[in-house]
Each structure stands twice: as C-alpha cells, then as structure tokens.
Design a protein around this ligand. Structure first.
Ligand SMILES: C[S@@+](CC[C@H](N)C(=O)[O-])C[C@H]1O[C@@H](n2cnc3c(N)ncnc32)[C@H](O)[C@@H]1O
Length: 299
C-alpha cells in the first residue's frame, strides 16, 4: 500500500537546498532595512542568496516597513529575533577566538557569509564550509556568479549528510588540518538532526579539532507552558515536518554543558533567551525561550 505524504520529502533525501537556510538569509536581509545602529546583524551578502519566492515576499514587506517594525516586537516574531541574536553571539565568539585558532569550520553553513564579512580578521586562515550537497552547490554557483561582490576567500566546500556520513571521512582531502586549533560554527543545525547524528558530530569534532578549539552553537529546547504562544510554538515544531525539515533533537539548557563535556568541550559562555535579548536584541525585540546559544572550548 502506498502511503500518501504531503509536502516535500525530508531534506537529506532530496536534491533541493534547505528551506530553513533560506529563512535565515531572509531574516538577515530584512534586518538590512533598519538603520545600521539598530541592526542586530549587518550582513550585506544575505540578499544575494534569496530565492525567487523570497524576493517576491521581501518586496511588500519593504513597503510595509512601519508595520513590520511593530510586528517584530511581538512574541510571534521572537524566533526570528533569536535567529539574529544567535548569529550576533557567534560573530562575537569568532572575533574573540580568531587570534588563537588556525582555521574556521562552519557546519551546516547554509548562506553564512562570515568568510566574506570577516575576511580581514580571518586573514589567511582557511574556512571550511560543510553542508548537504544541494545547498553547497547552490551557494557555490551564486558566489561564482558574483565574484565582484564576494571577491576571493580561502573557502573549501565539504559536502556531507551528518546523519549518514562521517565528518572525519568527508574532511579527507579538503586540506583541513587534523588536530589544529579550530573555530567551529554549528548554527541552526543540531535541531534538524537525530540524537545519534548530534553525538556523532560532537565525537568527530573532538577527534579532528585540536586542543583550544572553540565550538559556537545553538540548541533547541522544549518549552512547557500554557500561554497561547507556547502552544503555537509546539504546533510550529510539529509543522516543520511539512517542509521536510522536522525537529529531531532538543536538549534543555541545563543539560547542554553535560552533553558537551562528554565530548571534551567545556562551556565558557551560555546564553538563554533572556540573556540573548539583553546582550543583542535592539528596538524592543526579544528572543524565544526555545532557542539558546553556547560557546565551548576543547580541552
Ligand atoms: C537553519 S539552516 C542554518 C544555516 C546557517 N548555519 C545559518 O545559520 O544561516 C540549517 C542548515 O543545516 C543543513 N543541514 C540540515 N540537515 C543536514 C544534514 N543532515 N547534513 C548536513 N547539513 C544539514 C542545511 O542544509 C542548512 O544549511
């Protein structure tokens, strides 16, 4: 019997690039409409990665900017604010760690443009952008088509499916220096993996990164609660299945240091939604309790 399934197949079994990566670059593009001193993140490269649909959606939002600004302060926009604040947190961690590391690795890189935004600070350090093949290839095509904008950067693209392939194997031949101190970004990815893939990735990081490496990441946590928005969030979590990117992993913020310590990473900074709001949010916006960020150092 054939079972009917609505919506796209799960991301890692298709040849389409991630929709959630499109959402995050959309959020960073929308942020560019604000005055510079009000932006949580300022990513001039974000608009180049927009799909046709995103561009069509962006146009009316730009026209309705005053209304968008009001909506962005509501609880229903908190997740979008969290997405921006986690990016700002990781930017901060990257700049702090750079003097101590020899290379940068961005796992589930999506349309992350740090290799270009921080070109000067990164200097000669190579950047390894790791993602599923369809996303990696779309990004490579866009970057190649806009050489005037992106210029040249030392980027190696590594294709992987974290669920089925080993990071260590996939890095072979990429030039990645096993054992060198590395800054690792793992942003907006772990929630889409299985617990086994999360463990496998942390295990691989502990084996390929050298002592003093720093991992900056975010995690998703389940939030109990009866407020209207808590219920909307739970429905939203289930609805992620419809776009083929279901939530597969979450961990309470109080347990994250233990998980990371199990793989040799000591948490040096952890910010839950209230901290993220205080540290990075602007213009009356606030973060969602479901997302938090951490930075951890490999002993
Ligand atoms: C929400 S996006 C985040 C993109 C980027 N890090 C950012 O913050 O803008 C999730 C990313 O994880 C990647 N991803 C999801 N599942 C993956 C898997 N099984 N293996 C490798 N990458 C995966 C997607 O292709 C996508 O680029």
């Amino acid at each position: 019997m054939t079972l009917l399934r609505f919506g796209p197949r799960e991301l890692h079994t298709t040849d389409r690039p991630s929709s959630t990566a499109q959402w995050t670059t959309f959020g960073r593009t929308l942020e560019l409409g604000r005055p510079e001193d009000e932006r949580i993140v300022s990513d001039a490269y974000a608009p180049v990665f927009l799909s046709g649909t995103s561009r069509r959606l962006m146009a009316p939002l730009r026209l309705a900017e005053p209304l968008v600004r009001v909506a962005e302060r509501s609880t229903f926009s908190a997740l979008a604010t969290s997405g921006l604040c986690r990016h700002a947190f990781i930017d901060e961690q990257l700049l702090e760690a750079l003097p101590e590391v020899e290379q940068v690795m961005i796992l589930g890189a999506g349309y992350d443009s740090r290799a270009y935004r921080f070109r000067r600070s990164i200097g000669q350090r190579p950047v390894y952008e790791v993602d599923l093949a369809p996303l990696s290839r779309r990004k490579a095509q866009i970057v190649a088509a806009h050489e005037d904008l992106f210029g040249r950067a030392r980027i190696q693209r590594v294709e992987i499916d974290f669920r089925t392939q080993s990071l260590r194997d996939q890095l072979t031949g990429s030039g990645f220096r096993i054992g060198a101190p590395t800054f690792v970004v793992w942003e907006g990815v772990s929630m889409y993996l299985t617990p086994a893939a999360v463990d496998g990735t942390l295990q691989a990081l502990a084996s390929v990164c050298g002592s003093g490496s720093v991992l900056a990441l975010d995690f998703w946590q389940r939030v109990a609660g009866r407020a209207a928005y808590d219920q909307v969030r739970r429905v939203g979590e289930r609805a992620m299945r419809v776009i083929g990117e279901p939530i597969g992993f979450s961990i309470d913020a109080t347990h994250a240091p233990g998980l990371l310590a199990g793989f040799g990473f000591e948490v040096v900074d952890l910010a839950v939604a209230t901290d993220m709001t205080r540290r990075f949010a602007t213009a009356g916006r606030h973060c969602d309790a479901g997302m938090y960020v951490a930075a951890a150092r490999l002993a």
